[in-house]
Design a protein around this ligand. Structure first.
Ligand code: NAD
Ligand SMILES: O=C(O)C(=O)C[C@@H](O)[C@H](O)[C@H](O)COP(=O)(O)O
Ligand code: ZN
Length: 360
């Protein structure tokens, strides 16, 4: 078992990376929660595999369990699902002594985390991520969110969990496309860190190579993210680096309307931001091929999806104006001058069209 400590201004918790952690869930959870009611929020794919095991473990440990299943997919990060979950918690008389255990990918974690943060102004939350993306990124750091038609994650909170239990064994049921998209966030993280982490990606070729490397990739990603979150929980400064590839990625993901997964859109965003800053002579052009080769090695997309008419330059610029890195009249970009060397760069909103012109 690997344990990583996270200490923020108001919360201290542990991230535990445990092979077969679901089989030990009862004892892991009782280390932080007294027996009470637990709502296991999961989705229609993940619940089939793991809801029974989790329920049995929690019940044996003395908890009363309510399983709440949402439809799988990004469209569940919605007001409608927030309302449904909250009404179900209230109908079951959940109190502030009770908690939510988010069992699933980033969609479940973001939605259930948001609900935990607003129901009764905040109840207990444990993240049990089951996708690679959620294990390397979304379960850690306390960002919770739902989407609006105008942009990704526009409603949410910073709400740290009481515990994160990462069981890499759950990745054995994850479909290859989802394994690859989670790897998109690993490439982002390794590109920010550089050094041994970046070197560790060089032998990974083909989706099948991700699974055996996963425990080490998860530990490296989570350790890095925890450091950033501890230094800047609410993204006033250096946490913005974790948004590398997301300024274009989030806009493309939203406009693709379900055709691209988050990690796929981030993969496109990573390569395109390197192209953009190279075109403006602010970064070496060689970075484009360096990043692209790691993403293409597992079959991730790297080009703007020009076959989707909704993803036009004009539409991307319009969506970017809702990016949470807009401060006043400028949007802060994250880019790399080298692997392991992220930088921030503000661009005036009024200049975004011209700024992006080289990409289309
Ligand atoms: N809060 C954050 O810091 C943060 C960070 C990165 C991404 N995100 C968000 O996370 C979301 C993407 O997360 P995701 O890629 O995990 O998507 P997801 O939650 O939709 O999961 C991907 C698919 O895999 C399935 N799945 C998950 N685990 C499985 C398993 N073990 N076995 C079988 N099927 C499984 C899901 O049902 C879904 O169909 C996006 O909404 C993104 O904005 C949040
Ligand atoms: O944790 C963070 O901070 C990140 O930026 C991680 C991102 O990978 C993640 O997609 C996050 O949800 C993006 O947040 P947003 O504030 O840009 O919506
Ligand atoms: Zn992301």
């Amino acid at each position: 078992m690997t344990t990583i400590e996270v200490k923020t201004r108001i919360k201290q918790y542990q991230i535990k990376i445990v092979a077969d952690g679901l089989q030990q869930l009862g004892s892991l959870v009782t280390a932080v929660w007294q027996p009470s009611q637990v709502a296991v929020v999961t989705d229609s794919n993940v619940g089939v595999h793991y809801a029974q095991l989790v329920t049995d473990e929690l019940t044996a440990a003395g908890f009363k369990v309510l399983v709440l299943t949402i439809p799988a997919g990004e469209s569940s990060k919605s007001w409608q699902q927030v309302q449904l979950l909250i009404e179900q918690l209230s109908a079951a008389h959940f109190s502030r002594s009770d908690g939510i255990l988010a069992l699933g990918g980033g969609v479940v974690g973001d939605l259930a985390g948001f609900v935990a943060s607003i129901y009764m102004r905040g109840i207990g939350l444990i993240q049990v991520p089951t996708s690679l993306l959620a294990q390397v990124d979304s379960s850690v750091g306390g960002k919770t969110a739902i989407d609006l038609p105008t942009g990704k994650n526009l409603v949410g909170s910073f709400y740290q969990p009481d515990l994160v239990i990462i069981d890499p064994t759950t990745l054995t049921t994850l479909p290859p496309r989802m394994l690859a998209e989670g790897y998109g966030e690993v490439v982002k993280c390794a590109a920010l860190v550089g050094g041994d982490f970046w070197q560790a990606l060089q032998p990974i070729s083909g989706v099948a190579a991700i699974l055996p490397a996963a425990p080490a990739l998860i530990a490296a990603s989570v350790a890095f993210k925890a450091q950033i979150v501890m230094a800047d929980e609410q993204e006033q400064g250096q946490r913005q680096r974790l948004n590398l590839g997301h300024t274009i990625g989030h806009a493309v993901e939203l406009l693709a309307n379900g055709q691209l997964m988050h990690g796929e859109a981030v993969a496109i965003g990573l390569v395109q931001v390197c192209r953009l800053f190279a075109a403006h002579d602010l970064a070496p052009a060689s970075l484009v091929t360096t990043i692209k080769s790691r993403l293409m090695a597992v079959g991730l997309p790297t080009e703007l999806p020009t076959e989707l008419p909704a993803v036009s330059q004009q539409a991307v610029v319009a969506v970017m104006q809702h990016d949470k890195k807009v401060h006043g009249a400028a949007l802060t970009w994250v880019y790399l001058t080298a692997i392991g060397q992220p930088q921030l760069f503000p661009v005036a909103i009024k200049d975004l069209n011209d700024w992006l012109a080289t990409l289309w």
